[in-house]
Design a protein around this ligand. Structure first.
Ligand code: ATP
Length: 310
């Protein structure tokens, strides 16, 4: 890899840039080596990861001042724990992730800071910052290559048994083995088309192989069938265990096990706690949950449905 896929037309590219999902951004930065507006400060040291505690301290941000998108966000993702962010479309969930990846910096004046193990992310190299993080995006873009190489993109030097172990943990190994060409099956725009759930599990395998200190999981909003959903849920639990994890969540099944849930509204955190604490508090989260439960309980699959309607 290393260059823009020849098959990718300019139109596709522009569409992707405009669409601006986290996966596209990651791809753009890492493959196209497009210069980010963000520069490393001179002589910046690499991030020294110890326990991988992530803290947002009074973070405020606007893409285009004066319209503020994030307002005074303060929270900690304790080392090795999972924080899930929920909220309506446009409440600022993806923006929060873009700041953690440092695609943008917090506002210059009074914008607070983001620290990992006590280090302001603006003070360390971007390479080291991104090396510490693994992303499972909502819509995984697969390269026009074999499944095997799509997984090893997470760590090209990985040995074959490590690749297979990662695929097993991501609940995608059996599926891959069932294909006539197995791991050598060509995927991507010119190869086998995979479902959203299959692609997301490939992305989980890729992230597992990278074995990052910090994992960011952007849950797909589109509905998956309940088997695929459960499979992804199990894979996620596996990868998130004892790893600092930030999930942009759309489903109750994903949120319930998080050590902390942040409910966002118009760029602010309006509630926080565990699923049980938030239910007991009887405020916004509890209402959303009750509403959904009421609406969908007869199907018996209420936990699979989107947590927050757009
Ligand atoms: P969704 O659940 O739909 O993905 P979200 O909670 O992730 O939504 P964000 O994508 O963070 O929301 O967007 C928050 C706000 O920031 C929205 O009002 C959006 O219009 C605005 N926004 C996002 N990207 C940009 C940008 N590049 N320039 C200007 N405004 C932007």
């Amino acid at each position: 890899q290393g260059v823009l896929d020849k098959q990718l037309t300019l139109g596709d590219f522009v569409y992707r840039v405009l669409k601006q999902s986290i996966s596209d951004m990651e791809r753009m930065f890492s493959l196209l080596e497009i210069e980010s507006e963000i520069k490393d400060s001179q002589g910046a040291p690499p991030l020294a990861v110890r326990s991988a505690e992530v803290r947002f301290e009074h973070v405020s941000f606007s893409y285009e001042p004066p319209r503020q998108i994030l307002r005074d966000l303060t929270f900690t993702i304790a080392a090795g724990t999972t924080t899930a962010v929920v909220g309506h479309s446009g409440s600022g969930k993806s923006t929060l992730v873009r700041l953690l990846l440092r695609f943008y910096d917090v506002d210059k004046a009074g914008g607070g800071r983001i620290v990992i193990d006590g280090q302001d992310i603006r003070a360390v190299t971007q390479d080291s910052l991104r090396a510490a993080m693994g992303i499972v995006p909502q819509d995984t873009v697969l390269f026009n290559d074999t499944i095997y190489h799509n997984i090893t993109y997470g760590r090209p030097s990985a040995a074959r048994d490590e690749v297979i172990a990662a695929a097993r943990h991501a609940h995608i190994h059996a599926f891959i083995e069932s294909l006539p060409a197995g791991y050598d099956t060509l995927v991507g725009e010119r190869g086998l088309k995979l479902s959203g759930g299959e692609k997301q599990r490939i992305a989980i395998a890729r992230a597992l192989l990278k074995d990052p200190h910090i994992l960011i999981f952007d849950e797909a909003t589109s509905a998956l069938d309940s088997r695929a959903e459960r499979s992804i849920q199990q894979a996620l639990e596996q990868i998130a265990r004892n790893r600092t994890t930030l999930i942009i969540a759309h489903r109750l099944s994903t949120v319930i096990h998080a050590q902390q849930i942040l409910v966002m509204d118009q760029g602010r955190i309006i509630e926080r706690g565990t699923h049980h604490e938030l239910l007991a508090a009887g405020n916004v989260y509890a209402q959303m949950w009750a509403l959904q439960h009421q609406q969908h309980a007869p199907t018996g699959e209420d936990e699979m449905l989107p947590l927050v309607a757009d």
